[in-house]
Design a protein around this ligand. Structure first.
Ligand code: FES
Length: 154
């Protein structure tokens, strides 16, 4: 991911809006480039896509892929939907939060890891499931999480 750049972000917004794309496309382009949508982009997004700032915030908050803060180097998204809950996702999430010292929606102080909730990754038959930097993982347990977190710290 690139470091946020106001001029590049504005160009992305303009290009997306001028090519007739919808607001979610413009936001997606920013997230793909920078990993998030900086607060400074809310006004230009609203202006170029002819929406209110509240609507822009609403779209960002609705989709779990969108965020307004820079993510950590790694993003671990843990499924919180029903099937994964039935296979222990809540307890595993608590375990991960205890191990990392951060809660869902937070990024570690060293900017190494962000924990985020996600609601179904299509791996329901083999939960608990998660996604690390876009790579799906299923059948998680404490042992697998320990291995994963050790790898992320090295
Ligand atoms: S409920 Fe977790 S992957 Fe579907």
């Amino acid at each position: 991911m690139k470091k946020w750049d106001d001029q590049q972000a504005l160009q992305i917004i303009r290009n997306s809006a001028d090519s007739g794309q919808v607001l979610t496309h413009g936001i997606r382009q920013l997230v793909d480039c920078f990993g998030y949508v900086d607060e400074i982009a809310i006004d230009p997004l609203a202006k170029h896509f002819l929406r209110s700032k509240a609507e822009v915030y609403g779209v960002i908050q609705y989709y779990s892929d969108f965020r307004t803060c820079a993510p950590g180097r790694h993003v671990l998204r843990i499924c919180q939907a029903e099937s994964c809950q039935a296979t222990g996702a809540r307890k595993l999430t608590e375990y991960i939060c205890d191990k990392t010292g951060i809660t869902l929606g937070q990024t570690s102080k060293n900017q190494r890891l962000s924990l985020e909730p996600v609601y179904c990754l299509g791996l329901c038959a083999n939960g608990p499931a998660a996604e690390l930097d876009g790579q799906p993982m299923a059948g998680l347990n404490k042992t697998k999480i320990n291995t994963l977190l050790d790898r992320l710290q090295s």
